[in-house]
Design a protein around this ligand. Sequence first.
Ligand code: HEM
Length: 305
Amino acid sequence: MRSSSLFALAGTLAAAAAQNMSLCDKYTTALLKDNNATNQYTLLTLLVNTVVIGNYTQPNKNRVPGILAPGEYMGEQVNLLPYFNGELKSSNRGGSSGVSINFLDDGGAAPLMMNMPANSTDSNQYFLLTHLYQFFGKLLDCSGYSTMNFPKYSGVDMASAHAFMALSPSEFGYFVTQVGLAATSFGVSSSDVSAVADVLNTLFGYRCSPKTTVIPEMGETLNSICQNEKCPLDPNATCDAYPNKGIVMEPELAMANATNGTGPSSTGMVPSGITTGESEFSGAATVERAAVGVVVGLLAFAVTF
Ligand code: HEM
């Protein structure tokens, strides 16, 4: 399994899907009726936005705190926000060490609650969110991927993107848990969620994993996301293929007084709801609720699980 190609892994997901439909197509049909690229992209937007900020649509089947909220994984405290708001020098922009980038620089949670990635189309937030829609869209094998209404993945490989984060098993596990919770909140079955979690753990949850094809048009890439020394070593480990032989340093804190716009976000970037959970979101502006109303209405109509 560890050295399997994407095709074998995709097979795992396909086997979990009914009627030979991919998971993306299956749940687009179930939740949004018409299985086209536009609706598939909407499904990925709903899923990823919920993973990031927690529940913002009604109805939902369970609470999702979201990756920006502090939490616990296997008894360990986890707080991923500092990787996203510029508090840590943990982003890879090609140098030999990490830099501070604020990924909540274009509206924070507010546009996500309106099913958008960001307020504009040229910000750190916009590129991160849209790359996540695209990447997970391919992982879930959306049939409309790489068509006009579902752009193909345009980010970098997973090992490079997470190279200066030194992510631990708890941080990685917390992220995957939020993906699972977001999926079940929309009615995805627990067996489908398990199949996805297995694929995420296999592809990204080991240190020094050998090159594998994840995004076919990118060819073979290095994909370890869990990279710190507590992460399990891949049984086929190729640490020499990674920078510094796969040994990563904990990211440093960014300067508290950064003023160049890429430094830590002000508290206003992230509504307090993100750290305190679902109930805060019920206070969202009426206009935001109206904007997601169409999708929410469809969900309410279509969810039959
Ligand atoms: C299954 C696990 C994960 C997957 C599949 C995943 C996927 C991705 C993808 C596709 C990108 C976009 C890369 C690009 O734009 O080139 C990204 C970026 C990022 N991820 Fe992850 N990720 C995972 C886990 C995590 C975890 C646990 C963290 C913890 C903080 C994290 C933090 C980030 C950050 C901060 C970025 C922005 C990086 C940059 O643009 O420099 N990710 N991730």
